[in-house]
Design a protein around this ligand. Sequence first.
Ligand code: MOS
Length: 681
Amino acid sequence: MNTIGQDIPRRDGHAKVTGTATYAYETPADNAAYCALLQATIAKGQVTEIDITDALALPGVLTILTPGDVQKLTPVENTELHVLQDNEIAYRGQIIGAVIADTSDIARHAVELVHFTYHVDEHDSAYSPDRDDLYTPDKLVTGAPADTSTGDVDAAMRTATHTVDHVYSTATNHNNPMEPHATTALWQDDTLILWDSTQGVHAVRTTLAEVLDLRPDQVRVICPYVGGGFGAKGEPHAPVVIAALAARALPGRPIRLALTRAQMFVLVGYRTPTTQHTRVAADDTGRLTAIAIAATGQTARIREYVEHAGAATRMMYAAPNRATSHRVAALDVAVPTWMRAPGECPGMFGPEVAIDELADALGIDPIDLRVANEPDVDPESGNPFSSRNLVACLRQGADRFGWADRAPRRDGDWLVGTGVAAAVFPAFTMRATAAIRYDQGRYTVEIGAADLGTGAWTVLPQIAADALEVPLDQVDVGIGDTSYPYASTAGGSTGTATWGSAVLAAVETFRDKFGTDPNDGDEAEGTHDQGPFNEQYATYAFGAQFAEVRVHADTAEIRVPRLLGVFAAGRIINPRTARSQFIGGMTMGLSMALHENSELDPRFGHVMNHDFAGYHIASCADATDVRAFWIDEEDPHVNPLGAKGIGEIGIVGTAAAIVNAAHHATGVRVRDLPLTLDKLL
Ligand code: MOS
């Protein structure tokens, strides 16, 4: 009767591949109107005049929202939501109005007919790690301090027999889920209904109610399906507020708003560029005596988001002398956000390449070097790891990948090499409540969770069925609706562990109350809250990434014919959806390594390659053989379910493994992403 661990097909799979799953923009609605956004074409200044005469005269245009002409919004922490409150422009592409019309075509045509006059201020959008106005953030988004220091890294660097001291950098990346941010909004009987593409229906409800000065019970958010998010849908952004304002302007009429791909490059967040001054020192045996990272990045002047690229270095390897720091430049640019494995993904690039460089200098195998520096406890907190199977991942990966005979070789015109890197991602949980009801032989689980493609529709019934000790097909599940109990956002790889633990709690309450022979209509709730696990143990998932890279001897064309990852991520609920997460993450890591690079032109303050013609994302032809395996890990400490997150760790370390493999193949060490062929010539 155990369904956990079984390869169960996605419950939403058929609806998705047959096109019958209704995404936010496709929500059936009669007489919908369409919203198109007006955006600033300067990077800083004020709107001084708006001429909407021509646009309003276009047949089919219903109304136009302009700055200062909408309801006063309640100030909230997320300042990017304060749309159209005044004439100020803080970044190029900022929303400065919206047209609502009978059709999408009319709305977008009317956008071209609105004429803005600006007062232009000088803007500053040029990120550089050498700016003299870098500042230290109060704390990181994780709540951790910006800087840490133990021992004396400088002294260790001076006295060590082997050191690596280089600057590594990662590029600006945009999340770019397949489904853009989209909303269908309806204001009906003093209630706002938002069919919104989001990673967290309750987060959208809470925030939108606050911003719009409504009671939470006046806002209902519905989101059964999400076409990806990667963090960009982890918080509401400005467009959903616009959709809500438009709905209030036209009560009873559903409003549809979907971002264009170009708008996805400015309105819903991105991963900032990072610069990582990384230093490692070791003795002759390869024992680290110091490890340090000084991470620099950018944020938006209107809202702080700091990429915590130094965080992983705090806990990864044993070294008596350690230092990490974060500095940030506040620029006239769009607001950054979480992107798959924020912090760890970019932050494991510099250190994992530096470790490879150290292995080279020492003449030690890079796996052996990592194994030699395994810490007994979390070096930062001194807490034991709830489980840490990095070594097992490295060893199993080496076997599966064929690491042993890894001499670089030449195959015709191609130089072939291999590389390895470690991966880590924190395992924590949030708060969620699940309800269970019994009716006519069936159990229904309801929880305000979201499935952004990760498999919640499928794994939550598995968890419930096992806990209830009933067959899987007797369990129905409802998610993606604020009518269901509060559940945390699908973010930080916390979804399955959090919601699954809530389901376990609900089942326990249900069985306590009603036993195994319940009556129709019996219902119980259970809540999972985070901790105390995280305070007693260091809780992380680990992984080992292996890459084979081929570089053309004449053109330096780069291919990655093989990627292989082995992960230790607690209990795996469903191998099918889990594998999908791991290989999806690894593929995104390949994409980050070789392709993804949002190029901001500081003269104008916007990303120039804001479409899929100029911003290449790895395609099937790029990712030919990507394999993921995992180690069965029993972790009783991490949470009641024993599952660690798996949505993000797959991307961590991939880029470093590829860059290390490219060096192995060619002898050229590239320290800035993306790894493009010009850097190997
Ligand atoms: Mo993830 S970047 O926390 O959605």
